[in-house]
Design a protein around this ligand. Structure first.
Ligand code: ADP
Ligand code: GN1
Ligand code: MG
Length: 356
């Protein structure tokens, strides 16, 4: 453990002296550490990415309020993230190195990068669906919009066009087929945003980043335990949460798989997640249920567009571990969208079957 990490940890109300602190997990945005104290207690220390999240006060206020609200709805303390305050009672710390927060480590839990069985994926749907359902009683408009237009797909296209125009790395020429893939679908991909603006789809409290690795399963029962990574909890659509889960978890390969023949959207996993989400979230409107396939397609395409935009821009947003990783990520999302287009009719039929 470096002296600086030790100093940072000592500012929080931990149970004992910190004895180790190591990099942990696979997130693309924050820097996460696993910290252990002399008493053996484990904690998650996170350096909050304040380039991505400009309003750290607003973000932490959202997380504090949402976790407090959820705590009134459950008896199991492990099912909700618990913030550890600083010694002066704040929910986060700013020092010379950045912005920091600490959570209790959720013990005896599993964090999966790909489902190990359909049952695991079903549980993730129960977890995110329940989260959404419980928060349907929380006043969405009182939350800070920590990243404005986060899932406003037309706005993501606007940024894409800007970067494409500048082409700061000179990368666009070699990527014409990829670029055209996104351009051909620009109009269709405004559907959800238009329905949100017109009020056809209700604005709800959404998690907005429902990757499988953002829900912990209980290691013993393998049931959904705790939804984590609450940075992007803000007003949104239920379809963002459903769609992002399909994008990541119904894929048959990793988000940066180079062999695209391995990348498909599993209809079996699509069905399983749909079943779990509809079960856990009985309050969805007819319009929401009908648009579930469009949620999956839009979130996948939007994420691919964001990866490609970041690649064209020189990889400033998503953490990368090798040079072309964002391009690989963009291409898996393209492949998934193509596969969904081929399976479109069946996806719609599955939703109809599972809603009964
Ligand atoms: P990022 O925004 O960078 O994705 P996350 O908040 O998702 O950061 O944390 C990264 C990883 O750390 C998670 O995928 C999970 O493995 C682990 N993690 C985060 N919070 C906890 C926690 N309270 N208990 C156990 N593991 C956690
Ligand atoms: C980021 O923080 P993480 O790794 O859970 C991103 C999501 C993307 C995802 C793609 C705040 O999520 O929007 O869908 O990467 N989070 C933010 O893997 O931009
Ligand atoms: Mg995460």
């Amino acid at each position: 453990m470096t002296e600086n990490l030790n100093k940072t940890l000592r500012c929080f109300a931990l149970d004992g002296e910190p004895v180790s602190c190591e990099i942990y997990g696979c997130g693309h945005i924050n820097v996460t550490y696993l910290a252990v104290t002399a008493s053996g207690r484990r904690y998650i220390l996170q350096k909050i990415n304040d380039r991505t999240f400009r309003d750290v006060d607003g973000l932490m206020e959202n997380i504090s309020r949402v976790t407090q609200f959820l705590r009134t709805r459950t008896d199991d303390p492990r099912s909700i993230l618990t913030l550890v305050p600083t010694l002066s009672g704040e929910s986060w710390l700013r020092n010379e190195e950045g912005c920091w927060r600490v959570y209790d480590f959720v013990e005896n839990s599993l964090c999966l990068q790909l489902p190990e069985s359909p049952a695991d994926f079903y549980e993730s749907a129960e977890g995110f669906g329940r989260f959404q359902q419980l928060l349907s009683q929380f006043p969405a408009d009182t939350l800070h919009e920590v990243i404005p237009n986060f899932h406003n797909t037309p706005d993501r296209y606007r940024i894409f066009h800007e970067v494409l125009e500048k082409d700061p790395m000179g990368r666009a020429a070699a990527l014409q087929p990829d670029i055209e893939f996104f351009l051909r679908r620009e109009e269709e991909m405004a559907t959800l945003q238009n329905m949100r603006v017109s009020g056809t789809l209700p604005t709800r409290v959404a998690h907005n980043d429902t990757k499988l690795n953002n829900v912990l399963l209980d290691a013993e029962t393998r049931k959904a335990l705790c939804v984590i990574d609450l940075d992007t909890v803000m007003p949104g659509l239920s379809l963002y949460d459903y769609g992002d889960s399909i994008r990541f978890g119904a894929a048959t390969a990793a988000e940066d798989e180079k062999d695209l023949s391995k990348v498909t959207m599993s209809l079996e996993l699509f069905r399983i997640y749909t079943k779990g989400f509809l079960h856990a979230c009985p309050g969805l409107t007819d319009a929401e249920v009908q648009m579930l396939p469009m949620g999956a397609k839009t979130m996948t395409l939007e994420c691919g567009l964001r990866f490609l935009t970041d690649y064209l821009d020189g990889d400033h947003y998503f953490s990368i571990h090798y040079p072309d990783q964002n391009l690989d990520r963009a291409r898996t999302q393209i492949k998934l969208v193509q596969d969904m287009e081929e399976k479109w009719q069946t996806m719609k039929e599955i939703v109809e079957e599972e809603r009964k």
